[in-house]
Design a protein around this ligand. Structure first.
Ligand code: C2E
Ligand code: MG
Ligand code: MG
Ligand code: MG
Length: 298
């Protein structure tokens, strides 16, 4: 864009250049500027993770989902729903994904060191990151580095990206399975519904999208979709999680259908590591001397 702008400036004079900048340049400039700000956020430690519990119908904690947060010193909190799609347009999403993987592994390591009964944590991985050649080596290296079994990591991917390049996805997901990681399809039901890919892909969990859960207790169509997803998952021997449970009535509806697990503000909002830790069961700490805890941590 800059080159074209300069061309206009040289050949057609200053007025044309300014017009170009006003009509088109501003948008391009704004996007480049946004990416630079995300890059800076990574470098300046403005990004952090929160952890949202996933529970049984009775409220027993089964795992967490790691969700990214961006606190900008002057702009305040910026939603991942806003900046993740921009990061996904470039390899910035790889740097962000790697930051998320390392943050989660550090937290799990800390939980072990503090004597908690550790539960699995799911990580949202963008399609662009999943298929890039650095992804598998990175996750392997980091699991080894932090000495954490892959069974503590669940990878959440979205439906639409899975069907884009199914063969590549099958082999990447198989590699993840060989590391003991589990795989879940996020926002299930919102992508293109090709059912044949469900039997080809090595999946473990379907997360029913919040848009179907929201009115499942009042709208027949939404209830039917939720029930269909639960039944489909059962016949394929997959686990179901309903996301965005906000009311007792939504919970009761999904529970009647036989949904396995639940996530949503009705149970818990996403929480800081410190608050999430309080929900974990503490094992007998006497087996750890203070010195050994410090050694595990650093
Ligand atoms: P998602 O993975 O589907 O995550 C669920 C979103 O719904 C989260 O929003 C969560 O805070 C919100 N949520 C959970 N329970 C409820 C509820 O009961 N009611 C309502 N209204 N919302 C609920 P959040 O954290 O703003 O994240 C939005 C999206 O941004 C995520 O959707 C995911 O697609 C993306 N995202 C978040 N963190 C990451 C990350 O670390 N990496 C990547 N690649 N994407 C991320
Ligand atoms: Mg998710
Ligand atoms: Mg989701
Ligand atoms: Mg969602």
């Amino acid at each position: 864009h800059a080159d074209i702008a300069m061309y206009h400036a040289k050949t057609k004079g200053r007025d044309n250049f300014q017009l170009y900048t006003q009509l088109m340049g501003e948008k391009a400039h704004a996007e480049g500027e946004y990416e630079r700000r995300i890059q800076a956020a990574l470098e300046l430690n403005q990004l952090s993770m929160v952890y949202q519990p996933k529970v049984t119908a009775q409220g027993t904690l089964v795992s967490f989902e790691a969700l990214i947060r961006w606190h900008h010193p002057t702009l305040g909190d910026i939603s991942p729903a806003e900046f993740i799609p921009i990061a996904e347009q470039s390899n910035l999403i790889v740097a962000i994904g790697e930051f998320v993987i390392v943050s989660v592994l550090k937290t799990i390591k800390q939980w072990f060191a503090q004597g908690y009964q550790v539960l699995p944590v799911s990580i949202n991985i963008a399609g662009r990151h999943l298929v890039c050649p650095e992804f598998l080596p990175f996750i392997k290296t980091q699991l080894t580095h932090y000495n954490i079994d892959g069974k503590y990591i669940e990878i959440e991917i979205t439906e639409s990206m899975l069907i884009e390049d199914i063969d590549t996805c099958v082999s990447i997901l198989n590699e993840l399975k060989s590391l003991n990681c589990s795989v879940s399809v996020d926002d299930f039901g919102t992508g293109y519904s090709s059912l044949s890919y469900l039997k080809i892909l090595p999946l473990d969990i379907l997360k029913i999208d919040r848009s179907f859960v929201a009115e499942s207790d009042v709208k027949n169509e939404d209830a039917e979709i939720c029930a269909t997803i639960v039944n489909l998952a059962k016949s394929l021997k997959l686990t179901t999680i309903a996301e965005g449970i906000e009311t007792e009535s939504q919970l009761a509806t999904l529970q009647k259908m036989g949904c396995d697990y639940y996530q949503g503000f009705y149970f818990h909002r996403p929480q800081s590591v410190a608050d999430a830790s309080k929900l974990l069961i503490q094992k007998d700490l006497t087996q750890y001397s203070e010195e050994s805890v410090v050694n595990i941590l650093y």
